[in-house]
Each structure stands twice: as C-alpha cells, then as structure tokens.
Write a protein that binds this ligand. Structure first.
Ligand SMILES: Cc1cc2nc3c(=O)[nH]c(=O)nc-3n(C[C@H](O)[C@H](O)[C@H](O)COP(=O)(O)O)c2cc1C
Length: 511
C-alpha cells in the first residue's frame, strides 16, 4: 500500500546527515513568538491565594487549593532565566522543546457552585483562570467528544490546544512532532499532579476537531485542540469512573497533493481531523477489536543476554510530598559528568515509568490513561550503567526484562545521532521510544501520529520526574538522525523513532 500522509510526513521531516546542513537557517528574532495568550475581555479568577496548603481549611478553600495546585504543578511557571534579549524566559513545570511552550490549557466548567459555567483560559504568567465566555458549553463539549462517557458525570474538563507558530518558528514542519511530545509531557504532569490533588484526568483523543476549536473560539489556521481530559473529582463518589477508551480512529489518506516545505504541517493537521458529520459517526466505546491492548513484549530474541529489571519502587513521601517537590523543581539537565548510573537507579526509573501499578499503594493511579501504549516500544542504549554491559537493549515491560540486541560502547555514535549534542554522548543511558507507523496507521488512521507522540512524551515525563527524584540528570531530545538511529543501534527498521530521553549524572559547577 502507498504511504499514508503520516508516513509521508514522518519521512519528509527526518533529519539526515546529508541534508541537515541545507536546513540550517538563521532564526528571525524579530518574529519570535510570545508563549502567552492575551484576551481583551474576561473575568479573572486568581488562583495564587490558593497555592499555599492548609489542610484544615474550609471545604470551599480546599477545593480551590486542589485546582490551583493541579495547574501549577502541571504547567505553572517554576523558574526564571535571563536571556540575551531584554525579556527573561520563564520556565514551566512541563518541559518544552526549545522552551517555546506551544500548548495552552483551557478549563471548561459545566457550572459548579464555585466555578460558574463557562470557558476559562489558564493564564500561566499570573496563575489565574480567565473566564472569557460565560455561556453553558458542556453539551457542546459532549457533542464534540461524541458523548464520551467520562464527560457524563464530571463537572470540569481541561482542553489542551497548540499554537503551532510558537514551535514552527524554530522547527518548521518537524515542529508537529515536538508539539505533541511537549503535550505528552504536560499530560504526564496532569496525571501525576492529579494524584496529588485528587483529580483523575480521563483522556479523550478522539473528538470533532472543528467543533471543539469553535467552542473555544480558536483560529483554526493558527491553533487547534489536540487533547482533552475530563477531570474526575476523586472526592466525589459519583466521579470515581471506570476506564473509558481514549482514542478514535480517523481516515487514512494515501492521496495528497505535492506539498511544499511549510505546507506540510498545516496540511497534515487538517487531514487528521475527525469531522463532526463523519458517517457512521465514531462512537465510544469503540469496537473491542480496536480496544487498546496492554503493552506487549514485541521482541524476544532467543539466546540474547536478558537482565531482570524487577526493582523496589521509588518512595515519594507522605502524601506524595516528594512528588510535588519534584514537579515544581524539575529541570532539564544541560550537561552530564559522564559518570555511570547504578543499575539500581536505572531499574527504579523503569519501574516508575512503566509500572504505575507498583505505585498505587503510595497514592498513584495504578492505570493512568494513555492513548495506546501497546503501539510503543522502548530501546535503551547503555553507555555507563554499573555492572551492565554497554550496548543496546530492548526493554520488555511485561517480562520486566532488558534484552540485549547489540553490544558495543556507543558513546561516540550517540553523540552523532543526537545531532552532536553532548547530552547524548555523556549520558549513562539513552532511552528511545519507537513505533511501527504502518501498524499504528492501520489501527487509528493517520491521527495515530498524534497519539503516538503524546504517549511517548507522557512516558518521557515519567522518566524525567523519576530521574529528578533520584537526583539524576535528564533531558528530552527530539532532534536526531532518524534512520541512522535504527542502523547504528540495531533497532528494527520498521520501528520509527519518536523520541529520545537521556539520563545521566548531572554536572554541577565544581563537580
Ligand atoms: C519534546 C522535547 C524535546 C527536547 N529536545 C531537546 C534537545 O534536543 N536538546 C536539549 O538540550 N534539550 C531538549 N529539550 C529540553 C528543553 O530544552 C527544555 O525542556 C526547555 O529548555 C525548558 O527547560 P526545563 O525543561 O528545564 O524546564 C527538549 C524538551 C522536550 C519536551
């Protein structure tokens, strides 16, 4: 079968050592995007007074504290750095490729005694919710989400949109990958901050794009909704909801016009939308055959070296206090020492990332929502982990095993594969998330591309937080020589590389 648009997009946006030099161009700083959205009119609801925790506060105040903490721990401003321009750059709880923050968060209230019905934009700079529309939007949201069951009993929903230009300014067509990876990190934070604040986000990835965009008055040429989460209040019995499907398929498009650079991203986004009048209309739940399966251990090579990854889980403190501390202090490491990780550290990272069920006793969600993890594979290039032979391993989450596929010290190659970034060379372990695109497209149409990148980002965020909690360094890398990663590390060639997370001992001044 001919390549579909998702496969075409992926192929077209690969970095390759032969062509990357031609792509290098100067950034136009006069057109640098502003990572905030302003509204001319609206009613601000200040969440700052509720940042402070007072467990004995009246119920009403506690409700505001939970919402305020959910948002600040997920996407709030957590650091200020000076830049070459006059403006300081504010970093957020979620990492973002290039610090461009393409994602916006909206909150939709069905209408509660404390938060009137309406549309709210989360104004990150001031930690306020700005009510810019005060109509009753819930039914339109339900319609736009094809009557997703999680919206039946919930009162609040978070909607994440992407302002494409913020990331396109720097990354051009390849920005689409980073936008969804960024959003995956944000969804990871929402999931975990939800555990802190007694909210359970139920993800909705299948919605009528235009309908939801219109509901939020988005300019469809500039921005689009990319993920929705119904926020179940775990303190309300009626909102302890069963799991529901998180995805709907969209069409597969194998015929498309010749697209010039710069046209590819908007076209791809447009054709992976779900139309409100799709016939037959997509319905939740989707058929059991489409039901996302458990992660599978896809590669099992006979006779290869296998290492059990069973490990005790990371402790997160009384009331998950260490989780909040980690969410608010997480930073991407800019430089590693090159010293090795211990094997116990690597195993603890894997345990936290791929086995949430091991953490439920500490108060985490045992089965957080992803779009479809069964499509994603994990490979790890080990360069410096005590008592682990350097090489490339496939991680089999069900068997809890690392299975060696190639043995070699790959440090120099990793440096090259990560576009010459030292983070790749000096890390102790480099994690690759991959997917078979053809299979993913077969399951969900070209929209699968969105789901895959959000899930890879979500896994990346769990790795980030576990690393920071263990005092390790961590950084995502979305710029890499795609095909060469497979060739050099021995990753099967039909596994498209989605994302890289580097892990190592952080360099500190004086170390
Ligand atoms: C999807 C994604 C891709 C990234 N790619 C790189 C990269 O290639 N190189 C790098 O040094 N940092 C990378 N980062 C880290 C960002 O530069 C970092 O998140 C941003 O500067 C904000 O800083 P913070 O993470 O400390 O909050 C990436 C982060 C994300 C989420």
């Amino acid at each position: 079968m001919a390549d579909s648009i998702a496969q075409h997009y992926h192929q077209r946006t690969k970095y390759d050592p032969q062509t990357i030099a031609n792509k290098g161009r100067q950034l136009d700083w006069s057109k640098q995007p502003v990572p905030y959205k302003d509204y001319k009119l609206g009613f601000p609801v200040d969440l700052k007074p509720y940042l402070e925790k007072s467990p004995a506060a009246p119920a009403e105040r506690l409700w505001w504290q939970r919402l305020s903490r959910l948002l600040v721990n997920s996407y709030g401003l957590t650091a200020k750095v000076m830049t070459m321009t006059a403006e300081p750059l504010y970093l957020r709880a979620a990492p973002s490729a290039g610090g461009l923050y393409p994602a916006e968060i909206y909150l939709i209230s069905r209408g509660t005694s404390l938060l009137p019905a309406g549309l709210y934009n989360y104004q990150v700079r001031t930690h306020t919710l700005l009510r810019f529309w005060d109509d009753y939007p819930w039914q339109a949201l339900q319609e736009g989400c094809f009557w997703h069951p999680s919206l039946e009993n919930t009162q609040l929903a978070l909607v994440i949109s992407a302002v494409f230009y913020r990331s396109v300014w720097r990354y051009e067509d390849r920005a689409y990958r980073r936008i969804f990876l960024d959003t995956g990190h944000l969804l990871g934070n929402l999931e975990l901050a939800g555990s802190l604040c007694d909210y359970r986000p139920h993800l909705i990835g299948g919605f009528a794009d235009d309908a939801v965009n219109q509901l939020l008055y988005l300019d469809r040429d500039q921005e689009g909704v990319i993920a929705i989460a119904a926020l179940a209040d775990q303190l309300q019995v009626a909102q302890n909801l069963p799991l529901a499907p998180t995805v709907l398929p969209a069409p597969v498009q194998t015929q498309f016009p010749k697209l010039a650079d710069g046209e590819l991203l908007p076209y791809f986004h447009q054709v992976t939308q779900i139309a409100p009048d799709d016939r037959p209309p997509p319905r939740y739940p989707i058929s059991p055959a489409d039901d996302p399966a458990e992660p599978i251990d896809k590669y099992d090579l006979p006779f290869c070296l296998k290492i059990s990854t069973q490990s005790s889980s990371i402790p997160w403190g009384e009331g998950l206090a260490e989780l909040e501390q980690t969410l608010l202090t997480r930073r991407s490491t800019r430089r590693y020492t090159g010293d090795p990780l211990t094997q116990a550290e690597l195993l603890a990272l894997l345990d936290f990332t791929y086995h949430p069920e091991h953490l439920s006793e500490q108060g985490f969600d045992a089965q957080p929502d992803y779009f479809d993890l069964s499509l994603i594979q994990t490979f790890i290039a080990v360069s410096g982990v005590d008592s682990l032979e350097p090489g490339c391993y496939h991680y089999a989450p069900q068997a809890e095993e690392l299975r060696q596929i190639r043995f070699k010290q790959f440090r120099q190659e990793l440096h090259f594969l990560c576009l010459g970034q030292e983070l790749g060379r000096d890390a102790g372990a480099v994690v690759f998330h991959t997917a078979n695109l053809a299979q993913a497209v077969e399951r969900y149409g070209d929209r699968a591309y969105r789901y895959l990148h959000m899930d890879a980002g979500h896994l990346g965020q769990r790795l980030n937080l576990a690393a920071v909690r263990l005092g390790l360094g961590v950084s995502g890398i979305a710029g890499f020589f795609d095909d060469q990663v497979n060739e050099v590390l021995g990753i099967p060639e039909d596994e498209a590389v989605l994302y890289i997370t580097t892990l190592g001992k952080p360099w500190k001044s004086g170390s």
